[in-house]
Design a protein around this ligand. Sequence first.
Ligand code: FES
Length: 178
Amino acid sequence: MADTANAATGTKRDFLTLSATAFAAVGVGAIVWPFIHSMNPSRDVLALASTEVDLAPITAGMAVTVMWRGKPVFVRHRTPEEVTAARAVPMTDLKDPARDETRVQRPQWLVMVGVCTHLGCVPLGQKPTDQKGEYNGWFCPCHGSHYDTSGRIRKGPAPANLEVPTYTFMTDSKIRVG
Ligand code: FES
């Protein structure tokens, strides 16, 4: 009699254990799916995998900022003087040596990710009224990094030049970043 009761209790316990396991599996599945699903890029994010910029309205000396993959991208139409200044700098003066010619596809157009390479602030220098720093390029007020007219680090704690993203000239007056 006792054996029968134990067997019945055991069966019931097994059933409860199995049920709990099944519910746990379903529960985990229900939690995991939205999480995995949320890691798929949404359509609007995919659309921003590249960004087109119309250069026509950007006259010499002007700059615009566009968003690309959640980051600001600086597009500056450099004046001949800014290009000359960038190209006259000896490599020995640079913390992160790079010739200006290697940072641009066309001398007058400088395209860079507008994120300071120190701790990620967005440097000033895009607006005509902004401080441009001691080298007439960009100035990061967070900890005082100065970038020149090629976006190269010249003074302050930033370790590297502003990054040049991948971009393509689609026409003479349009680029695609990314
Ligand atoms: S984040 Fe730009 S100087 Fe520190």
